[in-house]
Every structure is written in C-alpha cells, then in structure tokens.
Design a protein around this ligand. Sequence first.
Ligand SMILES: O=C(CO)[C@H](O)[C@H](O)COP(=O)(O)O
Length: 239
Amino acid sequence: MTGTVPDLKEQAKKKAAVAAVDEHVKDGMILGVGSGSTIVYAVERLVERVEQEKLKVVCIPTSFQAHQLIVQNKLLLGSLDTTPILDCAIDGADEVDSDLTLIKGGGGCQTQEKIVASCARKLVIVADYTKDSKTLGEQYKKIPIEIIPLSHVPVSLKISDRFGGKTQLRMGKMKAGPVVSDNGNFIIDWFFPEGITDWKSVHEYIKLIPGVVETGLFVNMAEMAYFGLSDGSVKTVTK
Ligand SMILES: O=C(CO)[C@H](O)[C@H](O)COP(=O)(O)O
C-alpha cells in the first residue's frame, strides 16, 4: 500500500472545525477566533468561505497565535476596543464534560480566550474525540492557571493545601525558564486529585487567590460543542 494513513485525530479536528464554521459563521458578524491546533482548521474554512461567498466577518483574536492567523490570512482584524460585543466565538478545548464545562489553556491562552468568550453571545467549541468526556479529568488531568510571576510559590501552595494534587510551573521548550504568557505572566499547571465535581466552586476559590489572573476552567460559558469522531462523523452537544 502506498501513501500515508490519514491521521484520524487531525481529520476529526478538521471535521469539527468545518462543521462549526459552516453552521455559525454568517455575513456581517463579529467572530471571536480561538487558539490551538483545531482552530487552524476553522480559520482555513473561514478563509475559504470569506473568499467564495464574499463574507464580511470581523475577527477578534484570543491570543498572539490567533492574531497571526487572522493577519496572515488577510481576514478582517478587529479588537474588543472597537467591537466589545461579539456574535459568536469559536474556540478549542482540552477537555469538555457532559455539561459543557471546559478545561482550556493547554496553549496558555485561557485569559484572553475567556475575556473574548465572555463578550460573545455564544461560545462554540471545536475538538476531536479525545476531548469528549463525561467528567473532567477522564482524559486531561490538569488545570492551567495564569498567575502574576512573583506569586507562583504562594499560589501553588494555597491551591494544593485547599484541594490536594500538585502544581507545576510550566517551563519553556527551547527557552530557559518558565513559559511567559501573551500577557507577560506565568502558567501553573495544577494536577488535580480525583473526585472533584463542583468545578464552579473550585474556579471561584482559585480565582480569588491574590496573584491568580485566570483559571482554565470555563463553567457555564460554552453553548455548543462539535466533536470530530474517529469514524469521520461529527457529534454535537448543545447546552
Ligand atoms: O485552550 C487552548 C489554548 O489555550 C486551546 O484551545 C486548547 O489547548 C485546545 O487546543 P488544540 O485544538 O490544539 O487541542
């Protein structure tokens, strides 16, 4: 047999992204553009539709990566200063539970992603089948938390004292020292213990620790999720 076997997971990401863009993007809309590898497929599809259908879509980035995708693909770049109310935001996720509670921030962009999502009339998630869980922690074991750099030791202690588990300062690859977020902050990954169910309370507790900028827990934010499945179909979950 010749040729390469298509990567099922990449195909699944693409299917989910295309379905979401086809169903939610409309002419004249203000669209939040998420971050991560699945979003690259969403932007590809958006570019096709903008060119073929001559759509006018103003794109609000959720990260430096999203900003680059918008600019490099010559999409219309907007900002929250000029368009603080969005029709829709399309974004990826690291894990999605059956209530559409999300873990985000695998790429360290959760703060801007959450700001943009909070300004959108609806948040639509695109992901492959490995992100679709009944409860958080089935597949993804950590919550990314953006923090002010000098607070990393006390914040880490306060989280593990209250909830258990362990924290890790996210370190750079090809760079000595910690990852620096798009906002100039550090990221702690909290490897949470099993058995947590009330993620809203967990988010609220952590968010109030001085030094915490934002958690990667998105509770009651997503309205719909598209999961590309390994058989080539797309599963949708609506809140
Ligand atoms: O939250 C994110 C970045 O902060 C991403 O949306 C999340 O990590 C999913 O990424 P991918 O589509 O590459 O799996």
